[in-house]
Design a protein around this ligand. Structure first.
Ligand SMILES: [Zn+2]
Length: 151
């Protein structure tokens, strides 16, 4: 389905297990560089409303601007855009290096390959109202892996 819970997602994508604990978004078919993969819709919430959400839900929230965060719509299926995993060497992002709203292929993505983006690009660098919601240890395996990621 290309339209789920106010988001657009390419029919070439699917949710799949990465391992016994994690899921991720994978290419069902080969994807060309520059193809639009996802446009994420949802609610725009200030920091204090995000922090009031269940902790398991906070990980789906991404900073947009001015201390406001994009969160999935409540009580509905969580669209694929919110399940895309982080990599320090991603194959998807948007043209300006932003991810939260739109996601494009930054290079050709092979069938069966996991689609990843760099969560650090959604952080409003230098925005004094930005505060990180979650942090985790990255295991992307990239030579330039940043290790601890705070988003
Ligand atoms: Zn990494």
């Amino acid at each position: 389905m290309p339209f789920v819970s106010d988001s657009y997602q390419s029919v070439k994508l699917e949710l799949r297990r990465v391992n016994h604990r994690e899921v991720g978004v994978f290419a069902r078919r080969a994807i060309r560089k520059g193809e639009l993969l996802i446009v994420s819709g949802g609610r725009v919430l200030p920091y204090h409303r995000v922090k009031a959400l269940p902790r398991s839900f906070q990980r789906f929230c991404f900073h947009l601007e001015h201390g406001f965060y994009l969160a999935p719509p409540r009580g509905r299926k969580i669209a694929l855009g919110y399940w895309v995993n982080h990599s320090c060497a991603p194959n998807a992002g948007d043209g300006r290096g932003w991810y939260a709203l739109s996601l494009m292929a930054l290079r050709r993505i092979r069938k069966g390959e996991e689609v990843t983006c760099d969560y650090r690009t959604v952080i409003g660098h230098g925005d004094p109202r930005y505060r990180p919601i979650v942090r985790f240890r990255c295991r992307c395996g990239s030579r330039r892996c940043a290790g601890l990621i705070r988003i």
